[in-house]
Write a protein that binds this ligand. Structure first.
Ligand code: NAP
Length: 287
């Protein structure tokens, strides 16, 4: 089976590496070629363009920044869809909005290509350790065909529903992630302003059932002021935007998420776009 992989950032580079390690024949492309260095040493083949990576493969993965980038690379005269074989499968693991996944599925269908949205839950370390959870939207039978591949990159792949439902589940998860981190940061910051020692405040907050368990993972970052990105803040803000955009499309309320999105947006404008999203504490705390 021949596989193409486009997008070798924090997540894509590690996911692709697990496919190479598993012995799959992989063609890779990334806008910035340097990021493919390690993969090429491991035996992956370099493609000079996105269409080149998509040509003559059975399955193509994309792991790109946002819907705009996915659309730019996929569609049009120079897009990779026109280069793909009929009946091959395109799996978009980028975090995008459900209506965008539906749109890409329609475009792909026009080219005779099958589409699945399969965004992932899990960050840099789970990507490296093949412990991601794939949230899959699309045909069940297509998922079963590619499940062995997903199993090399993740601990499980769950069929959520038809096209778009993987993306839907993913933006729900990240909405909670972004809100939890922000609420915790706000509480901790005020606690410190009220004179409660930072360590004591974190000890207690992280033990109470009202705090999301995942926040424990970020404790050492806040303690050490270390915000090297696992999940860049600009991507979290993008995901909150995908959530509020979807809420607008569906006529649903999203007041808290709109507010949270703007707070991350302000942090982005304080040069924090490329820090880890947990730097939202730094943004609230620093004068
Ligand atoms: P990243 O390191 O910033 O990588 C982004 C990728 O998109 C890179 O390959 C980048 O190419 C490419 N890209 C951006 N703009 C482009 C453009 N204009 N043209 C062509 N390529 C472009 O991000 P990541 O953390 O791997 O995230 C990738 C996706 O996974 C995002 O949708 C993110 O929301 C999602 N995600 C991330 C995490 C996480 O913890 N990091 C977890 C789950 C899901 P260059 O290398 O040339 O910049």
């Amino acid at each position: 089976m021949k596989i193409g992989f486009i997008g070798l950032g924090i997540m894509g580079s590690r996911m692709a590496a697990n496919l190479v390690k598993a012995g799959y024949d992989l063609k890779v492309y990334n806008r910035t070629k340097e990021k493919a260095g390690k993969l090429l040493e491991m035996g992956a083949e370099w493609a000079e363009s996105a269409p080149e990576a998509a040509k003559e493969v059975d399955v193509l993965f994309t792991m790109l920044e946002n819907p705009k980038v996915v659309e730019e690379l996929a569609t049009g005269m120079d897009g990779f869809l026109q280069a793909m074989d009929k009946n091959s499968i395109w799996i978009d693991s980028s975090t995008v909005n459900p209506s965008f996944s539906e749109k890409m599925a329609k475009v792909a269908k026009d080219y005779g290509i099958k589409f699945m949205d399969a965004p992932v839950s899990g960050s840099k370390l789970p990507a490296a350790n093949a412990e991601l959870l794939f949230l899959v939207g699309g045909e069940k039978e297509d998922l079963e065909k590619v499940r062995p591949l997903l199993k090399k990159m993740g601990k499980d792949a769950v069929h959520i529903g038809p096209v778009g439902k993987g993306s839907a589940m993913k933006i729900m998860i990240n909405q909670l992630l972004g809100q939890s981190m922000l609420a915790f940061s706000e509480s901790l910051n005020l606690g410190m302003a009220m004179g409660i020692d930072k360590k004591t405040a974190m000890d207690i907050l992280l033990k109470t059932p009202v705090t999301a368990p995942i926040l424990d993972v970020f404790r050492s970052r806040i303690e050490n002021n270390d915000y090297e990105p696992n999940f860049p803040l600009k991507h979290l803000q993008k995901d909150l935007h995908l959530f509020t955009d979807t809420a607008y499309e569906l006529g649903q309320p999203s007041p808290l998420t709109n507010t949270a999105k703007e707070v991350y947006g302000l942090a982005k404008h304080k040069n924090m776009a490329d820090l880890d999203f947990s730097a939202i504490f730094k943004y609230l705390h620093e004068k």
